[in-house]
Design a protein around this ligand. Structure first.
Ligand code: PGA
Length: 266
C-alpha cells in the first residue's frame, strides 16, 4: 500500500477574488514544472466566493486539472432547501470541488459544530462523490490533563460512524492540535506521529486494516517550509493541512518542494 502525500492549503476567511486568483496562479507556476505523479496531491480551500475565480484558471495549464484540487471549507449535509447561509455538497461539486474540509476546530468552537453534525457531513460528502478532510484535535487544557488520545479517538469514532470501510479508506483525516493552530507552536513531530498512529489504530478498529492502511492522515498546526521535511519523514504523517503558510505562494510552494524531497514509502 502506498499513500500519496497531500499538501492542503486552508485559506480560511482570507483573500478577495483577485487575490485568490493571483495566489493560485503563483502555485500553478511552480507546479507546472512537475508531473502530477511527482507532486503530492495538492488541495486548495478558498472561501466559497473565490472558488469560481480559482476554478476558472485551474485547468488552463494543460494538466486537465489533475495537479491542484479545490476544496470547500465547510458544507451542509442536505442537498438543498431552507438552510439560509449554507452550501451543499452538490453545489460544491458543481463549483469544481473534489474535497471538503469538515470539523475544523474553528467551526467547532465558533459555530458550535458537533461530532454528530460532522458525521452527517462526512456521509453527505462521500455520498456525493467528494472526499472529506475530517479535522480533529485537542485543546491545550485537554493535553495538559492527559486526555488527548481519548478525546481524539472519540472524535474519530463519531465522525466515521456508519461509514463503509471502502469510503473510510478514501477519506482524509487532519490531526490539528488546537494549541498549535496559528500560534507558531508546532507540535513535536514525534508526538504528532504518535497521535496519528493512534488515530490509524482507531480507524483499524472501526473500518479494518485495509482502510487504516489506505486512509491519509495529515498533521496541521503552524506547518512551515522548515518543519515539513521532518514531519513528512515520520512513519504515519501523510501530509499537512496548512493555514498561515498557505497564504503566500513562496512559502506554500516551498512546503510542496520540501515534501517532494522526502522519499519515504508509507
Ligand atoms: P496554521 O493553520 O497553519 O495557520 O496553524 C492550520 C489550520 O488551521 O488548518
Amino acid at each position: 500500500m502506498s499513500r500519496k502525500p497531500i499538501i492542503a492549503g486552508n485559506w480560511k476567511m482570507n483573500l478577495l477574488r483577485g487575490q485568490a486568483k493571483d495566489l493560485f496562479e503563483g502555485i500553478k507556476s511552480f507546479v507546472k514544472d512537475y508531473s502530477a505523479k511527482e507532486l503530492p496531491t495538492i488541495v486548495i480551500a478558498p472561501v466559497f466566493t473565490s472558488i469560481s475565480a480559482v476554478e476558472a484558471v485551474k485547468c488552463d495549464c494543460g494538466c486537465g486539472g489533475t495537479k491542484i484540487s479545490i476544496a470547500g471549507q465547510n458544507c451542509h449535509w442536505e442537498n438543498s432547501g431552507a438552510y439560509t447561509g449554507e452550501v451543499s455538497v452538490e453545489m460544491l461539486k458543481d463549483a469544481g470541488c473534489d474535497y471538503v474540509i469538515i470539523g475544523h476546530s474553528e467551526r467547532r468552537q465558533y459555530f458550535s459544530e458537533t461530532d454528530e453534525m460532522i458525521n452527517k457531513k462526512a456521509k453527505a460528502i462521500l455520498a456525493g462523490g467528494l472526499i472529506p478532510i475530517i479535522c480533529c484535535g485537542e485543546t491545550l487544557e485537554q493535553r495538559e490533563s492527559g486526555v488527548t488520545d481519548q478525546h481524539i479517538a472519540s472524535q474519530i469514532r463519531a465522525a466515521l460512524s456508519g461509514i463503509s470501510s471502502e469510503d473510510v479508506a478514501k477519506s482524509v483525516i487532519a490531526y490539528e492540535p488546537i494549541w498549535a493552530i496559528g500560534t507558531g507552536k508546532t507540535c513535536d513531530s514525534d508526538e504528532a506521529n504518535r497521535v496519528i498512529a493512534m488515530i490509524r489504530n482507531v480507524v483499524k478498529d472501526v473500518a479494518g486494516a485495509e482502510a487504516a492502511d489506505s486512509i491519509r492522515i495529515l498533521y496541521g498546526g503552524s506547518v512551515k517550509p522548515n518543519t515539513i521535511a521532518e514531519q513528512m519523514s515520520k512513519s504515519d504523517i501523510d501530509g499537512a493541512l496548512v493555514g498561515g503558510a498557505s497564504l503566500k505562494a513562496d512559502s506554500f510552494n516551498e512546503i510542496i518542494a520540501n515534501t517532494m524531497k522526502v522519499v519515504v514509502s508509507k
